[in-house]
Design a binder for this molecule. Structure first.
Ligand code: ADP
Ligand code: MG
Length: 334
């Protein structure tokens, strides 16, 4: 009898600049040659999705929609259509905190050039922000805009889609342990071979420092922060998460993290919770049984959704051993 223990099993990974950020893949493979080919496939898939959904590419499907959908319904293709539909569902769920039409204002920002729209531009353009201006026709698979000036941008959900698709692909290729990351969005496949993955939430004000580490397996985690794309001017931080109701960058928060089974949802919800603020954001997450959240507010205070806080210790059992949970054994420091 032989035991089928692969001789060259190892962790392999790669990171590449993509979608205005970095996409990385890290996986356990018992055949490094095949593992490398699978890595390449994930990057090609990310590239394909970016070509479909990037507003920075004139030839992308989404750019065509932005050019033409106010004049006539535009065929979107199944994939884009369904991601737009999911975006609109999340707008309903978050009462408009998540809104892909934020782009009528958002497109006036250039964070590298420290360029932002002035008050007049914001006042005019924010009239085009409303997810209800986007009309989807399921029967024809088309997208139409209710008026000229409306634009959509999937920047708040597309990276979650990329990591979700990346993990699907890995699973189909027989990979059992992996992590796929695109900017602030990660999806974990399996665990880290017997141990959970330790996923760090960045300290929003100390570059390279981790504020909180969470042990996770088979889950998605997304963080939206005011430190990803921003510039400071006269003491005000202008960043890339827009509050649809005002057309201005959302204040009151430094970062919002959402954990759950689906990276498309965690991505959109992390942006949403950032916009909604601590109270409304965590209240929303409390209504979604599979999702949890960690929020860091503008004062640096950290808040956890109910499912992440330790349960009350059970009443002491006078006769027996203490069953009290210790933060070390059951908390975040696994
Ligand atoms: P990242 O991973 O790029 O930091 P986030 O998940 O934090 O992305 O989402 C921020 C991005 O979402 C912005 O760069 C922009 O493209 C888009 N966005 C900004 N405000 C909103 C909003 N209110 N609703 C939906 N998308 C938004
Ligand atoms: Mg997000």
């Amino acid at each position: 009898m032989f035991l089928a223990i692969p001789l060259r099993a190892e962790w392999i990974g790669d990171a590449r600049p993509m979608m205005g950020t970095e996409v990385s893949v890290y996986l356990w493979s018992d055949d490094p040659g095949a593992g490398r080919r699978v890595l390449d496939e994930v990057f090609s898939e990310a590239e394909r999705i970016d070509r479909l959904m990037s507003t920075y590419r004139d030839e992308s499907e989404i750019s065509k929609i932005n050019r033409e959908a106010a004049a006539k319904p535009v065929a979107a293709g199944d994939e884009l259509f369904s991601l737009i539909r999911r975006s609109l569902d999340i707008s309903v769920l978050t009462r408009g905190a998540f809104d892909i039409t934020y782009d009528s204002v958002g497109r006036h920002y250039d964070f590298r050039a420290r360029r932002r729209p002035d008050r007049e531009v914001v006042e005019t353009e924010r009239n085009f922000i409303d997810f209800r201006f986007v009309e989807l026709d399921q029967a024809t698979g088309t997208v139409a805009f209710e008026k000229d000036g409306v634009r959509i941008n999937l920047g708040g959900i597309a990276k979650g889609y990329v990591v979700e698709r990346g993990v699907d692909l890995l699973r189909r290729r027989g990979v059992e342990h992996a992590i796929v990351t695109a900017g602030g969005d990660s999806r974990l496949l399996g665990d880290r071979r017997g141990r959970p993955w330790m996923v760090g939430i960045r300290d929003p004000r100390e570059d390279g420092e981790v504020a909180i580490s969470l042990p996770l397996a088979d889950e998605a985690i997304s963080t939206s922060g005011d430190y990803e794309r921003y510039f400071d001017e006269d003491g005000v931080r202008y960043h890339h998460i827009i509050r649809p109701s005002t057309g201005e960058p959302a204040g009151g928060m430094r970062s919002a993290t959402v954990i759950g089974p689906d990276a498309v949802i965690t991505d959109a919800l992390s942006t949403s919770v950032f916009v909604m603020g601590v109270h409304r954001g965590l209240t929303l997450i409390g209504t979604l049984p599979d999702y949890e959240s960690v929020v860091i507010d503008a004062g640096g205070r950290v808040y956890f959704s109910d499912g992440l806080t330790l349960p009350e210790p059970p009443p002491a059992d006078p006769g027996g051993e203490s069953t009290r949970m210790s933060p070390k054994g059951d908390g975040f420091s696994l």
